[in-house]
Design a protein around this ligand. Sequence first.
Ligand code: AMP
Ligand code: ZN
Length: 474
Amino acid sequence: MELKLYDTLTREKRAFKPLDPGNVRMYVCGPTVYDFAHIGNARPVIVFDVLFRLLRHLYGADHVTYVRNITDVDDKINARAAEEYPNSPLNEAIRKVTEKTDKRFHEDVAALGCLPPTHEPRATEHIAEMKTLIERLIANGNAYVAEDNVLFSVRSMPDYGKLAKRSLDEMIAGARVEVAPYKRDPMDFILWKPSKSGEPAWPSPAGIKTPGRPGWHIECSAMSWKYLGEMFDIHGGGIDLVFPHHEDEIAQSRCAFHTPVMANYWMHNGFLQVEGAKMSKSEGNFVTIHELLKDWPGEVIRLAMLRTHYRQPIDWTIRGLEESAKALDAWYAFIGEVTPAEQPDQTFLESLCDDLNSPQAIARLHQMAHPPVAGLAMAGATMSGDRTGVEAQRYLKSSAMTVGLLWKTASQHQAASIAAASIDTVAVESLIAARNAARKEKNFSAADRIRGDLEKMGVVLKDTKDGTTWEIAR
Ligand code: AMP
Ligand code: ZN
């Protein structure tokens, strides 16, 4: 099956051909660890986890290397550390902030069903590699020292701006940044800068005496080089990173190694907004993954994210979560406790291979869980596409599992839903017992009242010939 991916650099969907099928290599820009990750940050993590899983399926689990970095040196981290721990030395405060945030990030994304990447390198542990790159860029005539800074000279690279599809002159005209007097060109960007007093600092490269710290872009060039080599297959991140971050990564890596490309496919997820508005703390619509996980199982959040194609913008709504929860309830009810089939459904896989068309793949899951021929369903057959009975259930499970869904059993899903809805199961069971007693005594008004109380708790009753069962109201 042929995988096709949309490449931001060439602006076209192309057949994916890895440099080395024995080691498919992908790099995705990871979080800056200074605060709880928000639901927008979860988007690239989920989207590229789906691609990681798909590549593992197509090339073999041992033949894919996925690197996602952790940015643990940044002005936002310094500011947060000084604010949160005013009485600690800054270095210690920074360590506390990054350790805490890093731990929360990993808990959050694990709950969203994301596999750990092969490597998760931290910027502060790769300063030596960054300095090596910086020295090379200076030696190659692509970077210069000015007032204890090292800057990349954009004029030294003829096709700077190719990813963003903008010429240097257009960029300069559009730039609103204050231009530092030591820059040769307004678009030149920082590779290394002197640290202010108290800030994290390392011995500087290029004979600079003042201790300093790296710029943001150089960390990704250094860490992708270390773990994936001078050229690799896929580079990903949110659409906001195209310029300047990815443009500058390309400039650094290509000029350091004299390579025609840094990565062969550049993939960018669209932005996420909340209930129709840009997410911001001042708007009061800032949603952290951590907060969402208190009300929804991680799997519901994951499905809600994948209902939109990764390149489209997403409007994140409660309604989308409710619909996803309903779909998962139905699918789990359909599969019960079956073991997955050996392979996923072919049509499902074809959708994924078409530039990760997850909405189409999910439509196929719905189709697989619902018998398209009414007559057969009435005859009692469990039917899914061209499969029936247990086979249909097993293929739904194996297909969904390829994208990190339906990996639980039906009873585990129910337990997770009950926990997320904060339903007190002991209280529910005792109310059901009280209602059964009232019904036995033919006190139907009391029985109805109890049913109403349960509905207010978010519980729907189902009376069957074998007794009363209950489920979460959706
Ligand atoms: P940051 O920590 O801000 O560098 O962001 C980490 C990742 O999340 C980057 O790939 C961003 O492009 C992505 N990202 C941040 N905000 C959003 C959003 N609202 N929607 C989608 N992706 C986002
Ligand atoms: Zn990056």
